[in-house]
Design a protein around this ligand. Structure first.
Ligand SMILES: Cc1cc2nc3c(=O)[nH]c(=O)nc-3n(C[C@H](O)[C@H](O)[C@H](O)COP(=O)(O)OP(=O)(O)OC[C@H]3O[C@@H](n4cnc5c(N)ncnc54)[C@H](O)[C@@H]3O)c2cc1C
Length: 485
């Protein structure tokens, strides 16, 4: 009997655990370790943050689902990894610390044959002074944050209804932050809610971002086919912001947030500030911060993890110059090079390099978005890693038939504003591949047959449909495995 431990029950880990158990059945053991009692469908946190969905519409308890699937769920946080065993344990193991009320703080050792690290991002608010919930800005990165954010937004609406004019600041809160798509979507939703309340003349909405041009999204932007024309995402994004009355500040590395004031460095090296009454700023992402040790108890964290805290996988980390990277540097099986029974999926794997061209200010500050790892690739990677582990266990196959490079995979981004069947609108964009392949597509970097963008109500319907489809899949309702990631 093999024992597979999955760390993290987000989009990637939950998908991996579901397929592992479905394919391996009762003969093998699947354990999931995750610090929250809930699964959350993060993309819909945007609607929680504007009061259009309740927290319980975007989350559900994991234990009943895992009980049904016969997966052992431990509500705990992984803290240390011992890939060679040691301390009297012959097998590799991970040390965990429980987070549920009954066992909070209790430590445990969980041995494994295979380990899938799907711990996602650490929301690194600390990397920017004064940033984040409980300090001077809000977030929609988790459903708990989004609830608090909506309360703050609601009170801004009441002040505006009484005649006050308010400033909204939405975007990235660190020079290297990624996830611009989520902030972009939140900005449009806030603008939409202001419009439906007839409060446009009381609001000044500003987008702030580390992107060199709008529409970069950490993937170096894209050229998209739109109504028969080829349009850069810069123009696509700027025209949407213009339509929603949102002004923008780009090439800005936010480095400090005080009550009502965000400070940022520009690419020219100037220090500037922007006042606000309400700010939702995405933090930098880091790895979960696991430490690794060999069987003698010596630290080997740098062997297993990149300095960012994300896990090293089958990527080229040789540190080539930006101009020299190739799409083939991107991983496809997500196996750790030092330990063949270790895998990292979703946001937890370390990308080999920036996709957006690194830009530095004269002070040496890197003001460039990190590569994005959106939901679809995170789910797909979770699934292919699970299928490869299954074939390894059942058939001894080591050739890893299932591959999912971000240089061979597309992504869809539906930026929807509004809520309901008739009052929504969306900018829908698909790109293929996510990482541009300049050898295969020398003119545009991507295949223009599948790299397209449109705006309209249909995309908004797709977004609502996807919400219900993905919750259905994650709850393991009938035929869940037929639904795409
Ligand atoms: C507001 C917002 C909107 C978004 N909208 C979209 C969208 O429309 N489309 C899209 O494709 N993508 C979207 N994304 C991105 C998408 O949510 C991520 O790509 C996806 O969640 C990544 O999945 P993951 O499993 O790698 O990480 P996560 O979903 O973050 O899951 C990580 C899991 O690991 C757990 N964990 C953390 N630390 C530990 C530890 N030490 N031990 C064990 N477990 C741990 C966490 O609790 C969590 O369960 C959005 C992101 C945000 C923030």
């Amino acid at each position: 009997m093999a024992k597979i431990v999955v760390l993290g029950a987000g989009i990637s880990g939950h998908t991996a655990a579901a397929f592992l158990k479905k394919k391996l059945g009762r003969n093998h053991e699947v354990v999931v370790v995750s610090p929250s009692a809930y699964y959350q469908w993060i993309p819909s946190n945007i609607w929680v943050g504007v009061g259009k969905m309740s927290i319980d519409q975007v989350r559900f308890k994991l234990k009943p689902v895992y009980d049904r699937w016969k997966i052992d769920f431990k509500q705990a946080r992984a803290t240390q990894l011992f890939p060679e065993g040691g301390n009297g344990f012959s097998k590799p193991y991970v040390e965990i610390e429980y987070t549920n009320e009954d066992q909070r703080g209790t430590k445990e050792v969980v041995e494994y044959d295979y380990l899938v690290n799907a711990t996602g991002p650490k929301l690194n608010f600390e990397a920017t002074e004064g940033l984040g919930p409980g300090k001077n800005s809000y977030s929609v990165c988790s459903c708990d944050h989004a609830v608090v954010t909506w309360e703050a937004l609601k009170s801004c609406f009441s002040r505006m209804e009484k005649g006050e004019k308010l400033k909204f600041l939405i975007g990235t809160g660190h020079p290297g932050a990624t996830c611009q798509g989520a902030a972009f979507e939140y900005a449009l939703n806030v603008a939409h809610q202001i419009k439906v309340r007839g409060l446009q003349d009381k609001a000044e909405i500003t987008w702030i971002s580390n992107e060199y041009e709008l529409g970069d999204f950490g993937m170096g932007g894209a050229f998209i086919k739109r109504g028969g024309y080829i349009t850069p995402t810069k123009v696509f994004s700027e025209s949407i912001f213009a339509e929603y009355g949102i002004r923008w500040i780009k090439r800005a590395g936010v480095n400090k947030v005080e009550p009502g004031m965000a400070y940022y460095e520009t690419l020219e090296g100037e220090q500037k500030s922007q006042a606000f009454d309400f700010a939702m700023l995405i933090p930098a992402f880091a790895g979960a911060g696991l430490k690794a040790f060999n069987k003698n108890g010596e630290e080997i964290t740098s062997l297993v993890f990149a300095p960012s805290g994300f896990m090293k996988v089958d990527a080229d980390y040789s540190g080539k110059a930006f101009e020299d990277w190739s799409v083939d540097d991107w991983p496809s099986t997500y196996q750790n090079p030092a330990f063949s029974n270790l895998f990292a999926t979703g946001i937890a794997f370390a990308p080999p390099h920036q996709i957006s061209k690194p830009m530095k200010s004269p002070n040496g500050t890197l003001i460039t978005p990190a590569p994005p790892r959106t939901g679809m690739p995170s789910g797909v990677i979770g699934k292919i890693v699970a299928l490869n582990i299954v074939e390894l266990i059942k058939d001894g196959r080591t050739d890893f038939r299932h591959k999912a490079s971000m240089g061979r995979m597309g992504a869809a981004c539906v930026v929807s504003a509004g809520y309901g069947m008739i009052s929504g609108n969306a900018a829908t964009m698909t790109v293929y591949p996510i990482v541009p392949d300049w050898q295969k597509y020398p003119t545009w970097g991507r295949d223009l047959k599948y790299t397209v963008g449109e705006a309209g109500l249909a995309g908004h319907w797709i977004k609502i449909f996807l919400h219900y489809m993905f919750i259905h899949k994650a709850k393991g309702y009938p035929f869940w495995w037929l639904l795409p990631e």
